[in-house]
Design a binder for this molecule. Structure first.
Ligand SMILES: O=P(O)(O)OC[C@H]1O[C@H](OP(=O)(O)O)[C@H](O)[C@@H]1O
Ligand SMILES: Nc1ccnc(=O)[nH]1
Length: 505
């Protein structure tokens, strides 16, 4: 059937073909079905969208990304016909029914994810079927390999390439901003790619973006790593394991990270950059991705086994994840605190101790020293890590003279104080994230939470507990309201509750 092109003057990631309800009925297609648009020798597959009123009968609304590709003008004529779903949709259905997929089926799914051939519903179905049914080890290995093979890989001619990655799940986990410069300052190469937030209020890519550009190409990552020793880049902007960010975009709104995807997501990025030694940080504790040490050990075994299959030397570090790392949550606040630690300006102990523990493990694995923590501490305390971090920031287009107190933080604030004398019984990871996201994080860089007290500390009536920061008043109001309904910091005396009507926790 022939259609007249109506150019929608925007660019979109996904290809959509917008038509009237009547034309959709005549073609026998529903919203989300696929159609092929042909112009001359070129063709493109697009999803059907319906917008009666905007699009007349006989018209097809397409965005500039498609018109540029087809080299067709507004008002031009295209041939359009329905096409069937790719075979990978059948494989996703097989997984939804709980069956094991073959290597070929997994490669087909990942390839179609990379080529944008699956719509949001199909991609979500894939992620959710992994969430409900899991994958066996072969499937996890094939997913990881498929994610590596469908993207670009990096090789370095000289130097020992190492890497670290956290599975995430604990708020305030800004340790990569300390670890990467410590490792780079020790002479090792660390081309670190990070994701944006998945279940938290700020991923390492979101935090680093406060200080520098994180959208680097594979060539830039290689060049900067060879010149300065390390980078902190956003994996989604590179062509390294390109399926990863597309999967994460589905996980983020649901705040889920199914185990097979988690393993493949992390290890594909490590495999693609050719890391020899890798440390995986597994935060363990209530409200994190891994609730108990036993579960942490199981996951650690999986990482080590996947590393063995891919030829990477992996050590996992189980870390305390029962409450946020350091005192800040949210991109700018976390960048501020990471800089404080690099400046040796009274940083929180939990942040420094964790960063040194993970960095030290990597230094020992690479054979730099037998006492990794002390070696890492010297690099941090001597100022060499700060110096190296500034080189990295400059190489990534940021201001090398940045100081912690120059980092702009949201100017709309609200402080919560203790309603009673008592002790902090609980800092709830999930609630902290919910409130920080309600305040605007990670999109609004200045939004987040500063904790004034952490678990176990004593408080008196009226003592500050935490402050919410936001860039916009209405987001602050929303976050404050949420924090009142679901307190993220719980103070308790020895009397927990009174019935019928008083509730302190
Ligand atoms: O948002 P949640 O689920 O906490 O996890 C995502 C974060 O965890 C990893 O941290 P890193 O890059 O090793 O520092 C990812 O790259 C990302 O920054
Ligand atoms: N699923 C993931 C968890 C943590 N980091 C990642 O890059 N991916």
């Amino acid at each position: 059937m022939k259609f007249r092109v109506k150019l929608i003057p925007v660019r979109m990631d996904r290809s959509s073909a917008i038509m009237s309800q009547e034309d959709a009925e005549e073609l026998g297609v529903l919203v989300g079905d696929r159609v092929k648009l042909v112009f001359g020798k070129k063709s493109v597959i697009a999803d059907v969208q319906i917008a009666t009123g905007l699009i007349e009968r006989g018209e097809i609304g397409i965005c500039r990304t498609i018109t540029d590709y087809l080299e067709i003008e507004d008002g031009g004529e295209v041939e359009l016909y329905p096409v069937s779903k790719p075979a990978s949709v059948e494989y996703i259905r097989k997984k939804m029914d709980g069956h094991k997929l073959t290597k070929e089926e997994i490669f087909a799914i990942i390839k179609d994810i990379v080529n944008n051939a699956l719509n949001e519903i199909e991609l979500s179905a894939f992620v959710l079927s992994d969430y409900f049914h899991g994958m066996d080890f072969d499937e996890i290995e094939w997913t990881t390999r498929a994610m590596i093979d469908t993207g670009e890989t990096l090789t370095f001619e000289r130097g020992i390439v190492v890497d670290k990655h956290s599975i995430g799940g604990v708020p305030g986990n800004k340790i990569s901003l300390l670890i990467v410069p410590i490792i780079a300052a020790s002479g090792l190469l660390i081309p670190k790619t990070a994701s944006r937030a998945i279940t938290s209020a700020s991923g390492t890519a979101d935090t680093m973006e406060v200080l520098a550009n994180v959208s680097l190409s594979v060539d830039e990552i290689k060049e900067i790593t060879e010149r300065v020793g390390g980078v902190i880049a956003w994996g989604g902007a590179t062509n390294i394991a390109p399926a990863d960010d597309k999967i994460i975009r589905v996980e983020y709104p649901l705040s889920i990270d199914p185990k097979p995807q988690l393993l493949a997501s992390v290890m594909a990025k490590k495999g693609a950059i050719g890391a020899k030694h890798v440390v995986i940080d597994i935060p363990v504790g209530a409200g994190s991705k891994v609730p108990t040490v036993e579960k942490g050990r199981e996951l650690a075994n999986d990482f080590v086994e996947l590393g063995r299959r891919l030829g990477l030397n992996v050590t996992c570090v189980l870390t305390y994840g029962g409450q946020p790392v350091g005192r800040t949550v949210g991109p700018a606040l976390e960048a501020w605190e990471a800089l404080k630690a690099l400046e040796n300006a009274k940083p929180p102990r939990s942040l420094v101790e964790k960063a040194l523990g993970v960095a030290g493990t990597l230094l020992e694995m690479a054979g730099i020293t037998v006492n990794g923590i002390e070696h890492a501490r010297k690099i941090l305390e001597s100022g060499k890590a700060l110096e190296k971090f500034r080189e990295i920031v400059e190489a990534q287009g940021g201001d090398p003279n940045i100081k912690s107190d120059d980092v702009p933080i949201g100017d709309k604030t609200y402080q919560f104080t203790s309603p009673i004398d008592g002790a902090i019984a609980h800092v709830d990871n999930k609630r902290i994230v919910k409130v920080a996201r309600a305040a605007g994080a990670p999109k609004d860089k200045g939004a987040g939470i500063m904790l004034h007290k952490k678990g176990g500390q004593h408080v008196k009536v009226g003592d500050p507990l935490f402050t919410i920061y936001a860039e916009k008043e209405w987001k602050l109001d929303r976050a404050v309201e949420l924090a009142m309904r679901e307190p993220p910091v719980v103070v308790s005396g020895m009397v927990l509750e009174k019935y019928p009507s008083y509730r302190y926790i």
